[in-house]
Write a protein that binds this ligand. Sequence first.
Ligand SMILES: [Zn+2]
Length: 165
Amino acid sequence: MVETKPHTTESIREILSSVLDPEIPVLSVIDMGIIREIGIDEGKVTVTITPTYSGCPAMHVIEESIRSTLLENGIDSVTLKTTFSPAWTTDWLSDTAKKKMNEYGIAPPVQIPHSALLQIEIPKVPCPYCHSSETQLKSEFGSTACKAYYFCISCHQPFEFFKPL
Ligand SMILES: [Zn+2]
């Protein structure tokens, strides 16, 4: 057997930072904050992830992508675990992630006061292109359940908003 540099949690994170979200391909699974734990035991790697929106079909794609990327990087045994507790929230998105999302043309989640949620008020979402808050909700559901469609009144650009959770 060829002796290779042993993997560390850091090197695994490094590899995982190349695994991109299929829906927002500028974000890695690290940016998304869905990697909860990385365990290494005698070359066997266990990755614990917390899915974002349970309704996102992309999660399976992401899991497969994590597995195949690790295998390609010379890890022979990959175990994926899923934990729902604590639940993923959009707060786990790093600031870099939110910045990248905005540059990609998706308005990152904004915090909505609880009272507003109770009244089912539509949040003011700033346009990712011109930053105007003169935007309109077009559809509660964008290309996936995680996103909503907005339209900017100022620059007439439609854009997607990643709904806060
Ligand atoms: Zn705009």
